[in-house]
Design a protein around this ligand. Structure first.
Ligand code: TYM
Length: 329
């Protein structure tokens, strides 16, 4: 079986953007691949985090993976910080990455312009750690949203460069980006991606939002002054709602467009709202049960962390040997 790797940062309650763009696709892939789904807590500290909250969010995210339908018996779900090989490989790979490449990363450019003068080095080398995450497990496929595409291209570049020097050591991973849903937009500013760190909570729907909150946020979603439901780039707000509907229900985009043909915005919003509420209801219920089930979650964390460590160390040792580090006796 081929290997899949992906991850989410535990920086807040995940949004339907993370869910529809990434996690929901993972649930479809878990049968056919050997999957690792990581809680990338090390990436999170590129922005200052409250330690107590970060720890809680990491655990909640792991519970959310399971609640969303990822089977902890079939997939390796673990914390990045529990596998030190991530940091060790990242160091080696940083010696195979050019500053020019990191300078070109649009996410870095965006985030660093927001952080002003105090741009930490971690924010800059972030894509190298991400490359290490992926390459450690010889991953074939990385299912992500559109915003991670450039980081993935860099991971491919680094792997190829390393292989050109040392032979076929690292698998060069392919991105897996769905056609619809890879870029769910903010409900308030539909030309911007939906983000869990948005200051305005009306811009996103969190996976833990209550039904009435979901319905209200969608009702208030920015569309335009027109009244006709059409699916086009000129109507990013409407297009976004139809995308959300199609991804949530699994109905094809063509059928979804057809369904809303001739309907008004009010009707569109209530149908989309209901669909999201129904999709999230069982996830929220399972999530709450899992949160209470301490021993079960602890067991998963321990077992999966060990498996991930074992697999990661295999690649790390190979890489260390190739670059000329003394072999352990
Ligand atoms: P993160 O935590 O920002 O987001 C997690 C996943 O959700 C996707 N996503 C979206 N998809 C559609 N619409 C949106 N509005 C939206 N917002 C987020 C992201 O593309 C991502 O797939 N650097 C990564 C985490 C990471 C990682 C990795 C991913 C670290 N190492 C290795 C894959 C492989 C990040 O910050 O994702």
């Amino acid at each position: 079986k081929k290997v899949i790797f992906s991850g989410v940062q535990p920086t807040g309650v995940i949004t339907i953007g993370n869910y529809l763009g990434a996690i929901k696709n993972w649930t479809k892939l878990q049968e056919d691949y050997n999957c690792l789904f990581c809680v990338v807590d090390m990436h999170s500290i590129t922005v200052r985090q409250d330690p107590v909250l970060l720890r809680k969010r990491a655990r909640d995210l792991l519970c959310m993976y399971i609640a969303a339908g990822l089977d902890p018996e079939k997939n390796i779900m673990y914390y990045q910080s529990h596998v030190s090989a991530h940091a060790e490989l990242a160091w080696i790979l940083s010696c195979f990455t050019y500053m020019g490449e990191l300078n070109r990363m649009t996410q870095f450019k965006e985030k660093s312009s927001k952080q002003g003068a105090n741009i930490n080095a971690g924010l800059y080398t972030y894509p190298i750690l991400m490359a290490a995450d992926i390459l450690l497990y010889q991953s074939d496929l990385v299912p992500v949203g559109h915003d991670q595409k450039q980081h993935l291209e860099l991971a491919r570049e680094i792997a190829t460069r390393f292989n050109n020097v040392y032979g076929d050591v690292l698998t060069v991973p392919d991105p897996y980006i769905a056609k619809i849903g890879a870029k769910i937009m903010s409900l308030q500013e539909p030309t911007k991606k939906m983000s869990k760190s948005d200051e305005n909570p009306n811009g996103f729907i969190s996976l833990l939002d209550e039904p009435n909150v979901i319905l209200n946020k969608i009702k208030r979603a920015v569309t335009d002054s027109d009244r006709e439901v059409t699916y086009s780039d000129d109507k990013p707000g409407v297009k976004n709602l139809i995308d959300i509907y199609s991804c949530t229900t699994g109905e094809s985009i063509e059928t979804s467009i057809e369904r809303f043909n001739g309907k008004g915005y009010g009707e569109l919003k209530s149908i989309v709202g209901e669909a999201v509420v129904e999709e999230l209801r069982p996830i929220q219920e399972t999530f709450k049960d899992l949160q209470k089930n301490k021993d079960y979650i602890d067991g998963i964390i321990k077992k999966n962390g060990e498996t991930a460590n074992y697999l990661a160390t295999k690649t790390l040792r190979k890489v260390q040997k190739k670059v000329g580090f003394p072999v352990r006796i």
